[in-house]
Design a protein around this ligand. Sequence first.
Ligand code: C5P
Length: 295
Amino acid sequence: MRVLAPAKINWTLEVLGRREDGYHELRSILQTIGLCDTVTIKPAGEVKVAFSGRVEGLDGLGGNLVQAAYRVATGVFNRADAVSIEVIKRIPAAGGLGGGSSDAAAVLRGLNALWGPVDRWRLREAAAELGSDVPFFIECGTVMVAGRGEELTILPEAPRKHLVLALARDETPAKTARMFAALQPQDFLDGAQSLALMLRFNHRLEYDDGHLCNSFERAGYTQLPHLAKTRDLLHGCGKEAHLAGAGPTLFAIFDEEGDAETCASGLRVQGVDAISVRTLASIEALRVEAIQADG
Ligand code: C5P
């Protein structure tokens, strides 16, 4: 089985406050985008996980999450056939684009195609054991999440946009936990922006920079001062810069592919690792291909 594992951005990411269980209550609208890892699952003599491609900064964590997904799946499907799992990485690790979570969800979706199917609820439940962002990647497309990320409301696909991503990685351990810990009361939002954007998507209305928000914006620029330079370069393309997840990747939105490509190539000339991608609908993101045993 060959499964796509797309990256995501958050159109909105509102942290409402700290919860008793140590997590934070969220309202966020997530979107899959056309920067994808590829996960290939094949029957094998023993369980093997291998990564290739953009593996910098991929410490034990990425591999552990893929292995954990396999373990969780053996419980869901009540099977323990040995498989090899090969992940071709294109999504930078610890960039705010959800790469590790998406790989884990791709393993669950791939094993569901091989060993299942079980219903989506069961897969989402299994995904929630693996991390807060993993249930979203069971569905992909445009989804509003609540709770710590595991309560999903599937939305109509957001009208297509082109994005410039200024790719970056945060080298420090436990980046996400550290970014949540850096939030201050003034960063907490009330979820109204996510509701408003959900209504726009439900009515298939256009959207722009003014509809986006991210609770990590202040903490991001405070913790990572060098981000301001990339933000200014995006401003130079005439665009707002938005943080992907808890960062440090930044993105800008465009209606026209050509404008996004011009901006990305301009940024590359200035030393930024910039690419242009488009939003990816769930039907495109959820492609699972059967491959030949030697394929
Ligand atoms: O769920 P996941 O393992 O991806 O979360 C990583 C860390 O991010 C958690 O240990 C927690 O510190 C923080 N987090 C949070 N609230 C959320 C999601 C994550 O505080 N809703």
